[in-house]
Design a protein around this ligand. Structure first.
Ligand code: HEM
Length: 254
């Protein structure tokens, strides 16, 4: 075939494609990593959820676990769907149709829980006076990016699975995502995905870039030190058990 008819991979990319599918992902990853380092170095005391539990507890007790357990399931789904290549799941006997049925089922349960939790938390934030007063401009931008990413991801999943010929994102979005992580971006792959998937991914990169400057830093506050910290040492107040003599001036009042 003539070489003029066959475009080499990446040959037809515009500057805008490179901006969206190469520059944006790397700028976002760099800002995410350096931003967290900077925030930890210079704003250790601001590394907090800025909890509003003191102001309102009833709605928080319902919305918060729904949102957090839902998003944990969403994260597990993304790790499996984006990082595990299709031929790996096929080689252990999971057919494409079984994979898609499980991913759609779990994805929709996870998405509904996350969005329902988020709806309760936002309703609470808007209607509880002191919680609303404690909401900053930064929080509002964060909520728009977070909810935008969630709605675009969930909407895409629902529409895609309602379609008779669903798009196989494990042949486009997932290998593209891995090509970014391996520093060999293959932009043709993401350009082959439907618009809904592309918008979801752009929203996610914007969210990741803004993340280190928001309350979302609390995600990286696991009490890992608990695993290695010394046990709490209990000392008896019983005088007879202590072997050291009482220092002068510190004698017990009897
Ligand atoms: C660059 C990073 C990301 C990529 C490449 C990506 C890719 C995808 C893809 C391909 C799907 C469709 C799955 C399906 O149809 O079964 C999806 C669904 C979804 N995504 Fe993402 N995503 C990213 C980041 C995020 C983030 C940061 C969030 C949350 C804030 C999120 C929330 C969702 C939700 C809620 C769904 C619906 C399915 C579910 O509930 O798990 N995504 N995403």
């Amino acid at each position: 075939m003539s070489s003029t008819l066959l475009a080499a991979p990446g040959e037809n990319l515009t500057a805008f494609d490179i901006l969206l599918w190469v520059a944006l992902p790397y700028a976002s990853i760099a800002t995410f990593l350096v931003g967290h380092y900077w925030r930890y170095r210079y704003d250790k005391f601001g590394w907090t959820t800025r909890s509003s539990q003191l102001y309102e507890n009833r709605l928080l007790r319902l919305g918060s676990p729904l949102f957090h357990y839902g998003i944990l399931l969403v994260i597990v789904g993304h790790i499996v769907g984006l990082l595990i290549p299709e031929d790996w799941t096929e080689s252990v006997g999971i057919s494409d149709s079984v994979y898609h049925a499980c991913s759609a089922g779990l994805g929709i349960v996870a998405g509904v829980a996350t969005l329902a939790g988020a709806a309760i938390l936002i309703y609470r934030r808007r209607t509880t006076g002191p919680v609303f007063s404690a909401t900053t401009g930064n929080d509002k931008i964060m909520y728009v990016l977070l909810i935008g990413t969630l709605l675009l991801g969930f909407g895409t999943t629902v529409f895609n699975n309602a379609n008779n010929h669903p798009h196989h994102y494990r042949e486009t979005v997932s290998p593209w995502f891995r090509s970014i992580l391996s520093f060999r971006p293959d932009t043709d792959l993401i350009l082959a995905a439907p618009l809904g998937f592309q918008l979801h991914v752009i929203a996610a990169w914007l969210l990741f870039a803004f993340w280190p400057f928001t309350r979302l830093v609390h995600v990286f506050s696991l009490p890992i030190g608990y695993l290695t910290r010394p046990y709490i040492v209990y000392r008896s107040r019983d005088r007879e058990l202590g072997s050291r003599p009482e220092p002068r001036g510190w004698e017990r009042i009897r």
